[in-house]
Design a protein around this ligand. Structure first.
Ligand SMILES: Nc1ncnc2c1ncn2[C@@H]1O[C@H](COP(=O)(O)OP(=O)(O)O)[C@@H](O)[C@H]1O
Ligand SMILES: [Mg+2]
Length: 250
């Protein structure tokens, strides 16, 4: 379970695109070892929160502190180092199309570590085993199913053993079997102490794997609480969000 050390602290984020005010004071603390599921309607700014954490978006105001360091003020070069410590699982897997599965997985290790070739291939094999893709080393992304692409994306985002992992709707577009496989992989990572934020519309999945649930609404974190408390919440927004999402799930 989660220890009390806060590894990532977001305070009072504001962000507008043109005259559209997306964030109006987003605050969120992520503790070491915990997984927070982040819910919110489409276009409410969930992806922009994740992108801001790794410096792909600059907030207009507010602060993001990762391990004592203010992210919003870092140079592009310093952000590269931060991105080795904060993994990002993009919605589409974000694999390099011209590289094989093993080359995609080895890439971050070659780029950011001094591991030997032998150590790199050991780490790649270990990851392939975790994602149930042993033997898929030489396949190209186009030769993979959607589920395999997502799992490869997960493996690539975690192969540097980042301290925090951000998931942007990792199960979107997956059928139930592949959703289950991906969730199993995320659970494995969690049992090894992974810390992360998981953006999803999949309420059953979130209840299954996360420690706390946050609701983004009207530019702010409307509620954040444990699953137990969320399930018995009297908050009308939380209740209608959950019943609507469960309805879509049927
Ligand atoms: N780079 C951008 N330029 C202009 N508008 C953007 C940009 N990125 C996001 N937005 C807008 O910000 C809002 C929130 O986007 P996003 O974080 O992607 O929502 P979601 O909660 O669905 O992930 C949307 O209205 C989107 O159109
Ligand atoms: Mg999004």
């Amino acid at each position: 379970m989660s220890k009390e050390k806060v590894i990532l602290k977001i305070t009072d984020l504001h962000k507008a695109f043109g005259d559209k005010q997306v964030h109006k004071g987003v605050s969120l603390s992520l503790k070491e070892g915990e997984l927070i599921a982040l819910f919110g309607g489409s276009g409410t700014g969930k992806s922009v929160i994740l992108r801001s954490i790794i410096g792909l978006e600059k907030p207009d105001k507010g602060s993001i502190v990762f391990e004592g360091q203010e992210i919003t003020q870092l140079s592009e070069k310093e952000l590269v180092r931060i991105r080795t410590q904060i993994g990002f699982v993009f919605q589409n897997g974000a694999l390099f199309d011209s590289l094989t599965v093993e080359e995609n997985l080895a890439y971050p290790l070659i780029e950011h570590t001094n591991l030997s070739n032998k150590e790199i291939s050991e780490r790649v094999e270990e990851m392939l085993e975790m994602i149930d893709m042993k033997g898929s080393n030489k396949l190209l992304p186009a030769e993979l199913s959607g589920g395999m692409q997502k799992r490869t994306g997960l493996a690539r985002a975690t192969i540097l053993r980042p301290k925090v992992i951000l998931f942007d709707e990792p199960t979107a577009g997956l059928d139930p079997v592949n959703t289950k496989r991906l969730l199993k992989n995320i659970k494995t990572l969690k049992s090894r102490g992974m810390t992360g934020i998981f953006v999803t519309h999949d309420i059953p999945a979130a209840f299954e794997i996360s420690d706390r649930i946050a609701f983004l609404n009207d530019g702010k974190i409307h509620v954040i609480d444990t699953i137990e408390n969320i399930q018995k919440s009297n908050d009308s927004f939380v209740q209608s969000f959950i019943s609507e999402a469960m309805g879509h799930h049927e």
